[in-house]
Write a protein that binds this ligand. Structure first.
Ligand code: SF4
Length: 428
């Protein structure tokens, strides 16, 4: 078989010009500290020191499920009322905490100082603190800073802020070095699958940001072309472009169609022939299609409502609508980056209501009125909605579970099928 690869093109029915409901009311979204939970697993010699309050400590400890005897690679330096006496005190305290930590944990090679909401922390200049501490601990430890504050970031934007903070630390690649950079934290197993596919396609060298170890921070330059693996990386993309890199526009690698189009964007840039692309991707595509067929029966025709949370909502709605026949009603996103999502919006059904930001009470009213079969939302809304008879899916699971690429397409569909199956059984 040598069929041409059906690459998604801008569909007549796309959503790219659809009106967007913009809301600026109360929102129910985790703050950017949450990203530490998956980032500390990904960069294996990094440590995340939250400079924050007891609330911040509770958030990451409960979200990450820390065991009491474990040596986690994150902690909170609690800046409380004591430090209001003066910024010098707070800075000295921070230096002492970092000194103690690095003396006790010599395996740490990259330390992130992570800012948070409390006013005492906002007054601290963490980028200056990072520069000061870097001088003291360089070259054995690199110290960077970013904000995970709930005032500035939602849920997945913590990853964006973290990766953006790494860009200035990337070495300069020569202009003639044509390299592919995949941007966005992916589970190692998914990264290995993509690396293998790029290798078989003859695309490379390929690097990933974030790296698994701090010593492997990739380089960047005018020859770097990058693919976003996640839709919430606006600041990182801007920083990379500031270093001369060029984005390869593509839908995101969710499902068979999204993964094919994503790989195809790199294949085009590297001049890979259609025949080679077809030969390399045929088997995994067929595997993905088979895995999805099983779930399509359960999901087709089911109506789904997305509350804004992870910024994955639009790519997921596209995947569920096009590959599983689901009917997205409202697709909410905390922020809508039109440029990065252009290929996704073009593929969404035209009658989808897009919303950006949140006015949670009004959105709850719309959701209850629409009576969808399943609601994707944050943890804070899931229980109240379940209590009203709704079936929910926690959006945080979509960030923690390997869902990118061909071999995860079936697992991704299953995440939506499982709560519906459970609900059907309860009703019977
Ligand atoms: S950063 Fe702000 S929103 Fe997040 S846990 Fe700390 S105080 Fe709460």
């Amino acid at each position: 078989m040598n069929a041409r690869v059906p690459i998604p093109v801008v569909a007549d029915t796309g959503c790219e010009n659809a009106p967007v409901l913009r809301e600026r009311g109360q929102r129910e979204v985790f703050c950017g500290l949450t990203g530490i939970i998956w980032l500390h697993r990904k960069i294996q010699d990094a440590f995340f020191l939250v400079v924050g309050s007891r609330t911040c400590a509770h958030l990451i400890q409960s979200a990450a499920g820390v065991m009491i005897f474990a040596e986690p690679r994150f902690a909170t330096a609690i800046i409380d009322d004591r430090d209001l006496a003066g910024l010098a005190d707070a800075n000295e305290e921070l230096d002492r905490v970092v000194g103690r930590l690095l003396a006790r944990r010599p395996e740490i090679k990259l330390l992130f100082l992570v800012g948070s909401c409390p006013s005492e922390v906002i007054k601290l200049d963490l980028s200056r603190a990072a520069a000061r501490l870097s001088q003291r601990f360089s070259p054995s430890v690199r110290i960077l800073s970013y904000s995970g504050s709930g005032i500035e970031t939602t849920f997945t934007q913590g990853e964006d802020a973290c990766l953006a903070s790494m860009v200035p630390a990337m070495a300069e690649a020569p202009a003639e070095a044509a390299e592919l950079l995949v941007v966005g934290a992916l589970p190692d197993v998914v990264e290995d699958q993509f690396r293998r596919l790029f290798g078989e396609l003859g695309i490379g060298p390929v690097d990933f940001l974030p790296p698994r170890r701090s010593g492997a921070v990739p380089r960047v330059g005018p020859g770097t072309r990058y693919l976003l693996a996640q839709p919430f990386l606006a600041d990182t993309a801007r920083a990379l472009e500031g270093r001369g890199a060029t984005r390869l526009a593509a839908p995101f690698p969710f499902g068979e169609e999204g993964t094919t189009a994503w790989l195809q964007a790199a294949a085009r840039a590297w001049g890979v022939s259609d025949e080679r692309f077809e030969a390399v991707t045929r088997a995994p595509r067929e595997r993905a299609r088979r895995a999805l067929a099983h779930h399509r029966e359960r999901l087709s025709g089911r109506r789904i409502f997305f509350f804004p949370d992870s910024q994955l909502e639009i790519p997921l709605a596209r995947f569920l609508a096009r590959e599983l026949g689901m009917l997205p009603l409202e697709v909410g996103t905390p922020y809508l980056h039109r440029q990065h999502l252009a290929d996704e919006l073009a593929l969404l059904p035209a009658d989808v209501q897009l919303s950006e930001g949140q006015d949670v009470e009004r959105q709850l009213d719309r959701c209850l009125q629409a009576q969808p079969d399943i609601v994707v939302c944050g943890l804070g809304l899931a229980n109240p909605l379940e209590a009203r008879g709704m079936t929910t899916k926690w959006s945080i699971e979509l960030v923690f579970t390997p869902v990118h690429g061909y071999d995860q397409a079936g697992d991704l569909a299953e995440l939506f099928a499982r709560p519906l199956v459970r609900r059907d059984r309860l009703v019977i």
